[in-house]
Design a protein around this ligand. Structure first.
Ligand code: MG
Length: 200
């Protein structure tokens, strides 16, 4: 289990079905908010997010929001969802992930971390031996610092793609084409050059 390489990548959180989670033995999910479920500027969950959480619950999969963002953001976002939720979680440290697991009564064998960042979400999960699922950011911040962080993730994602292609099992089919799923990183969509060329 590598600290920096996720186990699965999906194009969006909506592509992660309860059936897939059950098939890989996941009964509890720890979920990042910003750029995983919604962009920073989206204050409240839309119907897709609500439907996805409903589907998880109906299939007996527990969920907890674990965000590094502040109380206000997390509480407002979670108001209609009413999930267990942690703000200022300090990922990549795993303190709140552990608390969340304790509350859900899950353990590392049946819990996964879902997020959009290798260096916070994936590493936080790995700290306590969890499997990690990554999605490309919905609408990434474009500051130099964020672009730098994204550039650091590329090596991890390349390793993931190799792993997924080699695995070639049914989970890869569920995840879709790994290269396509990870195009955000592989095509440098976070880079200044890409953003300039694709500005509209
Ligand atoms: Mg995030």
């Amino acid at each position: 289990m590598s600290w920096f390489v996720p186990d699965y990548a999906f194009a969006t959180y909506r592509d992660i079905s309860p059936e897939f989670l059950s098939a890989i033995g996941i009964k509890a999910l720890l979920i990042d908010i910003d750029n995983t479920l919604a962009p920073y500027e989206q204050d409240t969950p839309d119907e897709h997010i609500v439907a996805w959480f409903d589907a998880l619950a109906k299939n007996g999969i527990k969920a907890t929001l674990v965000s590094n963002n502040g109380r206000e953001r997390v509480e407002l976002f979670n108001e209609s969802l009413g999930l267990p939720a942690y703000f200022k979680s300090g990922k990549p440290f795993a303190k709140n992930l552990k608390r969340a697991m304790r509350d859900m009564g899950s353990d590392k064998s049946n819990t996964a971390m879902l997020g959009d960042q290798v260096l916070t979400d994936v590493v936080a999960g790995r700290h306590i031996g969890l499997r990690a699922i990554i999605v490309p950011p919905i609408k990434d911040r474009t500051s130099a610092f964020f672009r730098f962080k994204r550039a650091l993730e590329v090596g991890s994602i390349k390793k993931y793609v190799k792993k997924a292609q080699k695995r070639g099992d049914s989970t890869q089919n569920v995840c879709g084409d790994a290269e396509k799923t990870c195009a955000f990183w592989l095509e440098g969509r976070y880079s200044a050059k890409y953003l300039k060329n694709h500005a509209n």
